[in-house]
Design a protein around this ligand. Structure first.
Ligand code: GDP
Ligand code: MG
Length: 369
């Protein structure tokens, strides 16, 4: 992160920008007057002039404060689940099976629209939200942007194969993020399936599933025939119960961008996953560096919806640009403030893109001076 500019720093220390530029040059950094300096550089320059940098939690205008909820306002919400595992072990098949077999009351068929996430109802009537991008790439990309969207990870392992490198990676990612895992041992319809071998290999990684006396739930399934899938969903719901997931639905919505695409006819189509609060048609939102207003909202059944509460994925029209997967979104009430924040964010992004700081070698300095 960059903080103050060369000229701002000069003013603070009662020096001229030229002084600062010369000092920077001395440490091998060629900077312009309006360039922002990072923390390390700031500290070095300040020290040259006998100043010490004091960090106060600056009121950065681009940040949007999020208030803590009163516990009495919290209500149970569905879990958000990611499916991870080795290539060809059945991630896509499982997500497809769950998607197409969910025929909730009042809807003609299963899920009709691919919007990056969908919500299904288990046999017990409780809902689960699935992130519809299998694999840990999406998971890590979101985490890299500071978004922790997943509550529970399903680790899928083919019973006719071994615990593979990507399986181990997926387990590592889930563990690093502190996300509980439920194991789906897949392809049990296949003649060569050997679920016990998978469980044994897991135990070799210190992961003991329940029928091996451990704490991890596991379910033998076939993503092809659907055998065991309903049981798997119930186990996920059991895991969710233990997590006691709650959110306040009665406030302005906050959440995460799942995906954002440009549709020639309709403009920017942005899938949002509401984390807390309720998103409504007409709401003004900031998503990452983009401003917009919810003009129309669709769910994964391509039905128009007027509102979306916690853990509900919706695709919206009305953003002025493309946000990134993993960006946080906030509903804003003050248009002037919202515009100021977005301007500031876009400015910071541009500056980062145009960074001209060059760390050059002593040799090069010698040649320039
Ligand atoms: P992914 O790479 O993890 O997304 O795996 P896919 O879902 O694409 O599955 C890889 C292959 O395994 C495909 O040919 C699937 O049809 C097949 N497959 C997936 N699940 C099952 C299953 O439960 N039983 C059988 N027999 N085949 C399966
Ligand atoms: Mg796949």
């Amino acid at each position: 992160t960059e903080f103050v500019t060369v000229s701002e720093l000069a003013t603070m220390m009662d020096k001229t920008p030229t002084d600062i530029i010369a000092t920077l040059m001395g440490i091998g950094i060629f900077a312009s007057i309006n360039q922002r300096l990072d923390a390390e550089t700031l500290a070095m320059v300040a020290e040259e002039y006998g100043f010490e940098v004091e960090w106060v939690s600056a009121e950065l205008t681009e940040t949007i404060p999020e208030e803590e909820d009163d516990p009495k306002d919290l209500e149970a919400r569905p879990p958000i689940v990611t499916v991870m595992g080795h290539v060809d072990h059945g991630k896509t098949s499982l997500l497809d099976y769950i998607r197409t077999s969910d025929v909730t009351e009042g809807e003609a068929g299963g899920i009709t629209q691919h919007i990056g996430a969908y919500s299904v109802t288990g046999e017990s009537g409780r809902k689960i939200t699935f992130l519809d991008t299998p694999g840990h790439e999406a998971f890590t990309a979101m985490r890299a942007r500071g978004a922790q969207v997943t509550d529970i990870a399903i680790i899928i392992i083919a019973a006719d194969d071994d615990v593979m490198p990507q399986t181990k990676e997926a387990i590592n990612h889930a563990q690093a993020a502190g996300v509980p895992m439920v194991f789906a041992i897949n392809k049990i319809d296949k003649p060569g399936a050997n679920p016990d071998k998978v469980k044994e290999q897991l135990s070799g990684m210190n992961i003991l599933v329940e029928d091996w006396g451990g704490k991890y739930q596991s379910q033998e399934i076939s993503a092809k025939t659907g055998q065991g899938v309903e049981e798997l969903l119930e186990k996920v719901l059991l895991e969710a119960e233990m997590l006691d997931l709650k959110a306040n639905p009665n406030k302005n919505a906050i959440g995460t961008v799942i995906e954002s695409t440009l549709d020639k006819g309709r403009g920017y189509v942005t899938t949002l996953l509401v984390e807390a609060g309720t998103l409504k048609v007409g709401d003004m939102i900031i998503a990452g560096t983009q401003l917009g207003r919810v003009k129309i909202m669709h769910d994964e059944h391509d039905q128009v919806v007027k509102e979306a509460g916690p853990a509900k994925p919706v695709s919206i029209l009305g953003m002025q640009g493309a946000s990134n997967a993993g960006d946080r979104f906030h509903v804003m009430t003050d248009e002037k403030e919202a515009k100021a924040i977005v301007n500031k964010r876009q400015q910071l992004q541009r500056e980062q893109g145009l960074r001209t700081t060059k760390h050059i070698t002593l040799d090069e300095i010698g040649r320039r001076l």
